[in-house]
Design a protein around this ligand. Structure first.
Ligand SMILES: *Cc1c(COP(=O)(O)O)cnc(C)c1O
Length: 432
């Protein structure tokens, strides 16, 4: 620990940062200086002054097994010394093949091909391009997409287009293709949404895209598998392709390996990223059915999927994903997922006494609730800043979505760390 008077590297790194860096989702004029993190272990981040932060949002939802995990580090470093990267057109490699084989074993049975890209947004772009070109290649073009209000599918243009419209997308609206929206089928709204879906789903719909069971960035909005299954069936009756964006919900967050494991009807396309590599490397995956893949097979070269990124199927990222999968499928991690789920359920009971919160909701390891302090509900809500700073000052990193407070801990988070976090949340609620 450095003393108060020592000129800290904390100060200088933050200031050097400010001179040269533009941060994501950050109003650079008013944002406080960023906190330099010098190392991390398990669920704990350590800053340059030796302060600790419990990473209760898994570093923007990517981390599954804890930071600097020795097993992932070892597998990544082994891969780095053998093959760091190679062009993925005309060439292949062991980590990409093995990862595809192993993913297809744990994904719904109808998924049969894996297309690699770099992140969640690109995984969504690829799914949309596959869907549109599928219809194009069949000679039966369809142009419409149905999505859910409040959806988030990424920040690139196609992904933005199928997301809900908000202050984030306002400057770009003229450039976003039209999408038809259904309200999220939250409890009590199911029948109304089904009625609207009867109108919306026609044989002109190319694809229906959803974040299954939990809309993440839209405020951890949760809904039941039953109604999603009904919507999938309705879309399918019209031949529309179903895209499950499991970029956030994948890899155990909802209690099952994938959110769509909780319903009988299966998607045609799936998007994965975030937890895919355990949060170590950037990697995206789009998977599809045999029927979609087959629609691109032709002696006519114009039917090819003309899409790729320089770092497609990066071997180091694939090695990280393979290591993460070993850990994820271990009995220990599966038990931790159940342990965290149970712990959150018990904490929900404790929360139910507070009149300043509403809509306590849980899906597996995800727990969320709304702060209801009479202020307008929006991302730009000042309650958000107060909650963020209160918790950060006490060593808990949470990043409320507007007035929505949520927990998404790495699976290695201990009971003690969970209890500490719960206590700090209660202190926050008592401070209002
Ligand atoms: C985060 C997210 C994305 C975008 O992923 P990036 O890797 O940030 O581009 C897409 N869909 C969902 C559901 C997400 O939560």
């Amino acid at each position: 620990m450095l003393s108060d008077t020592t000129p800290t590297s904390l100060q200088s790194l933050s200031e050097r940062d400010k001179a040269v860096i533009w941060h994501p989702f950050t109003q650079m004029q008013t944002a406080p200086l960023p906190i330099p993190i010098v190392r991390a272990n398990g669920s704990v981040l350590y800053d340059a002054d030796g302060r600790e932060y419990l990473d209760m949002i898994a570093s923007w939802w990517v981390n599954l097994h804890g930071h600097a995990h020795p097993y992932i580090a070892q597998r990544v470093s082994e891969q780095l010394q053998v093959l760091e990267h190679v062009i993925f057109a005309g060439f292949t490699h062991q980590p990409a093949v093995e990862l595809a084989e192993r993913l297809l074993k744990i994904l719904p049975l109808n998924q049969s091909k894996v297309f690699y890209s770099d992140n969640g947004s690109t995984a969504v772009e690829v799914a949309l391009k596959m869907a549109f070109q599928y219809w194009h290649n069949l000679g039966l073009p369809r142009f419409k997409v149905v999505a859910l209000e409040g959806a988030y599918h990424g920040d690139t243009f196609g992904a933005m287009a199928v997301g809900g419209r908000s202050a984030f997308t306002a400057p770009f609206v003229p450039f976003l293709f039209d999408v038809a929206y259904l309200p999220a089928p939250i409890a009590g709204q199911e029948e109304a949404v089904i009625e609207q879906a009867k109108e919306l789903f026609t044989d002109e719909i190319a694809a229906f895209i959803v974040e299954p069971l939990v809309q993440g960035s839209g405020g951890m909005v949760m809904y039941e598998p039953g109604v999603l299954n009904d919507l999938f069936q309705m879309a399918r009756q019209q031949g529309a392709l179903i895209i499950a964006d499991e970029v956030m919900t994948g890899f155990g967050r909802t209690g099952k390996l994938f959110a769509t494991d909780q319903l009988p009807e299966k998607p045609d396309l799936m998007c994965l990223s975030k937890g895919l590599t355990g949060g170590t490397m950037a990697l995206g995956v789009t998977t599809c059915t045999q029927a979609i893949y087959d629609a691109f097979l032709s002696s006519d070269k114009t039917k090819t999927l003309f899409h790729g990124h320089s770092f497609t199927a990066n071997p180091v990222a694939c090695a990280s994903a393979l290591a993460s999968m070993d850990l994820l499928l271990s009995d220990e991690t599966q038990a931790s997922i159940q342990r965290i789920t149970k712990s959150h359920t018990a904490f929900s009971q404790r929360l139910s006494v507070y009149s300043t919160i509403a809509n306590i909701r849980q899906c597996g390891t995800l727990l969320a609730f709304d702060l209801t302090l009479g202020e307008q509900t929006s991302y730009f809500n000042s309650v958000r800043d107060r909650a963020y700073n209160f918790l950060l000052d006490r060593g808990v990193l949470m990043r409320p979505l507007g007035n929505v407070l949520y927990l998404m801990p790495p699976y290695c988070t201990t009971d003690e760390q969970l209890q500490y976090t719960y206590t700090k949340i209660e202190e926050l609620l008592n401070s209002f």
